[in-house]
Design a protein around this ligand. Structure first.
Ligand SMILES: [Zn+2]
Length: 86
């Protein structure tokens, strides 16, 4: 491998990382919920995601999720819809 090959390789990887970092989501919030039930990354559509624990504050409940494939992160929003007897 020549020096030029190494430089080209490093440049290509840096460009790919930058593109991934600035990638726009491919799913709307509605599609995320209704089509994929929150089981796919809204950026790369892979299902290898880590769903964070649900945190509740005065604005509501949300979980901070991470995609293990593209490294993107997003907040999943939860809504209270009722209760069940135990
Ligand atoms: Zn992803």
């Amino acid at each position: 491998m020549t020096l030029m090959d190494d430089i080209n390789d490093i440049t290509k990887r840096a460009v790919e990382e930058l593109e991934a970092k600035h990638r726009a989501p491919q799913l709307t919030s509605k599609q995320y919920v209704e089509v994929h039930r929150g089981l796919k990354c809204p950026y790369c559509l892979d299902d290898f995601i880590v769903i964070g624990s649900v945190e509740v504050d005065e604005e509501g409940a949300q979980a901070h999720n991470t995609c293990m494939v593209c490294d993107k992160e997003w907040n999943e929003i939860y809504q209270l819809v009722g209760y069940r007897e135990v």
